[in-house]
Design a protein around this ligand. Structure first.
Ligand code: DC
Length: 231
């Protein structure tokens, strides 16, 4: 019966790199038949386009112009987003280190962010989304029904990244942790929409938790909200 259909929520998952956002968001989305939207991939795609076009990461006006002339498509899949930049599949390329670093730099600009936020709101306006990023609960959907902020110590986040990329040496692990710290620092201290929990977000420190435990906690929150909002 349409009137008994549960409301399709907006679920915001924010937090620093390596806290487990993508995996958690993908699993929660799959469970509820929601779309999983990785907003970081949009900043990554713009960063890649800036690299390809030799546009400086510090030039806000040029970056905005580039963003407005680009077509960035996020195609939610079972375990993450397939990302098309002007029709080309850049899903793997945008995860490489030079783009990762550049994404953190292009995302400091307020006007670039406004443009991305406008697109993200459009993608989530009908609900039924798990949107993952840095400012979803604070800026993109301040009225999201569920807001989760995932935290974890830099060491644990570095270790997770390390395993994810199957890197080998202790030097590589140290480099991953140092890169995470640098990127976090930039994301948390920028003037425009810094990474911070929304006042009404549930903060989950995942340092001591397994992935299944994190998902179980998030699911508790989501299920309670679905029950509370379903007519
Ligand atoms: O989540 P990610 O690692 O793919 O994000 C890449 C960069 O994009 C990250 O350093 C910060 C930025 N970002 C952002 O500023 N706002 C978002 N909503 C998502 C990502």
């Amino acid at each position: 019966m349409p009137e008994n259909k549960p409301r399709r929520l907006v679920i915001a998952i924010d937090g620093p790199a390596g806290a487990g956002k993508s995996t958690v968001a993908a699993r929660v989305a799959r469970k509820h038949g929601y779309l999983n939207i990785e907003t970081g991939a949009m900043y990554r795609a713009l960063a890649l386009k800036a690299i390809q076009n030799d546009v400086s990461f510090d030039e806000e006006a040029e970056l905005l112009d580039l963003a407005q002339r680009s077509k960035i498509d996020l195609q939610p899949q079972v375990d993450g987003n397939r990302v098309l930049l002007d029709g080309e599949n850049v899903s793997a390329r945008i995860r490489e280190q030079d783009v990762t670093d550049a994404a953190s730099r292009v995302s400091v600009h307020a006007r670039v962010r406004e443009w991305m936020v406008m697109l993200q709101r459009r993608m989530g306006e009908r609900g039924g989304v798990v949107m993952e990023g840095r400012d979803i609960g604070t800026k993109v959907f301040p009225d999201a029904e569920v807001k989760i902020f995932l935290e974890a110590s830099p060491e644990v986040r570095g270790e997770r990244r390390f395993k994810q990329h199957q890197l080998g040496t202790a030097e590589q692990q140290a480099a991953v942790i140092s890169e995470l710290r640098k990127r976090d620092e930039r994301d948390r201290t920028r003037a425009a929409s810094p990474l911070e929990p929304a006042p009404d977000a549930i903060i989950l420190d995942t340092t001591p938790l397994s992935l299944d435990e994190v998902i179980a906690r998030v699911e508790e929150v989501v299920e309670a909200k679905i029950k509370a909002t379903g007519d």
